[in-house]
Design a protein around this ligand. Structure first.
Ligand SMILES: [Zn+2]
Length: 85
């Protein structure tokens, strides 16, 4: 049964070569603007915020309220699985 959370698992892909970057547990229904490292279920990258296949930088590390988040660079990623149905 679904819990009271509003999370869904999405796949984040590189927009230029479609390499998988993260399997990510996303909250809310808005578009993806940042990744919280704790919610990354599977990390396909080398942890350098660059696509492991084409080397495109897709996010940058920013500090938000004392924690580090990965702010997605606009247009650099594609998300799959945003809709549950
Ligand atoms: Zn790529």
């Amino acid at each position: 049964m679904a819990k009271a959370t509003n999370y869904r698992s999405i796949t984040i892909l590189c927009s230029s070569c479609l390499q998988k970057l993260y399997l990510y547990r996303k909250g809310g229904s808005g578009s993806l603007v940042k990744c919280i490292p704790d919610r990354i279920l599977k990390d396909y990258t080398k942890g350098d915020l660059c696509c492991p296949q084409c080397g495109q930088s897709f996010a940058r590390e920013v500090s938000m309220g004392g924690r580090v988040v990965y702010k997605i660079v606009g247009g650099k990623v594609i998300t799959k699985g945003m809709r549950r149905k």
